[in-house]
Design a protein around this ligand. Sequence first.
Ligand code: NDP
Ligand code: GDR
Length: 340
Amino acid sequence: MTRALITGITGQDGVLLAENLLARGYEVVGFARRASVLARTDLHPLFQRIKVFHGDAANSVDIADALLQHRPDELYNLAAQSAPGSSWAQSLETGDITAMGAHRLFEAVRRFAPGCRIYHASSSEMFGAVVESPQRETTPFNPANPYAAAKVYAHQIAHVYRRSYGMFIACGILFNHESPLRRMNFLTQKVAYGAACAKLGIQTSRHLNEEGEPVVSEGCVALGNLDASRDWGHARDYVEAMWRMTQHPTAEDFVIGTGTLRTVRDLCEAAYGYVGLDWRNFVRTDARFMRLSETGPTVADASKALRELGWKPTIRFDAMIAEMVDAQLAALRSNARLPD
Ligand code: NDP
Ligand code: GDR
């Protein structure tokens, strides 16, 4: 039985990747901070089907220990301070986990688990203030925030380990991908939640936004740059791409995205439109959610992934937004807890 170790198991992609690998008959071990495992009561059904190793990506000993105890065949490195918008305020933590966390992990695999295949989560954020469109594997990087700079470091040190030691480290340059498991500090979940609250007539929400205030206040959700644009796909499709890259005969970089660019306004229109409302009555702007420098417009040319992995997105944008809004409606109606 193939054994996979997943860092970032408590995050959106960690959960969906674990489900994908379990369905293939893998044995899955999740690497996660102890407090996060205790806090994620919603993930207990998953945690009963996998083993969980308590560790911190900031700690080399924890990583080495996980490798020596579990001897994985494949390692999926998803752990990161993953919010670009917060990365100015948390720039040193972002460097420590998003950049150095990956470096520590590659070094630990080199010493303690040679032969283990690694998937590493690179990001379209590395393209930053883009210099060509659409972006492909050869597009130069131009990071616009500390998170993006940290991902560039991790991506390049992955290349160095590949070249110097012949290690298998596949880098997935994934564009934005979403699901009902998305955390509330990301745009799509704020908007899906806002639309569900609007539908139910909720004036002040229980969930908090990036500033620690109710996501919905006086019936409205506060957002930043409505003109920003992204290429949004569904995370279930993207974890499939992670697995395919890891099975490829050679470790390479692959761009993964839908190839369709949409604005924040388009997203609002889709989510509020799904519940029969006009978003302009429920969304206001707040300068605190504007970025000091904006990434984009990021839009993928994923033709290499189609050609070499046979990968293409299967879930359409509207269906994804509907699934996210429905999940929030169901949670609000049953008073259930969703990821904070
Ligand atoms: P999430 O924010 O949902 O998950 C991040 C995970 O990293 C969480 O499990 C978190 O654990 C963990 N983590 C953070 N710090 C540490 C630490 N010190 N030690 C151990 N674990 C830690 O991100 P996603 O699932 O969306 O993304 C997965 C990866 O893919 C990330 O690296 C992200 O940067 C990258 N990516 C994501 C894209 C997307 O659109 N979703 C696109 C491109 C790249 P905890 O619960 O303890 O906070
Ligand atoms: P991003 O995702 O920064 O692209 O990083 P996010 O959903 O945070 O932002 C997308 C776009 O929406 C604009 N925006 C807002 N964003 C947030 N969070 N909150 C707001 O109120 C708001 N208003 C407008 C942003 O300016 C931005 O343009 C995600 C993460 O998953 C990263 O880990 C990953 O690497 C990239 O996607 C690809």
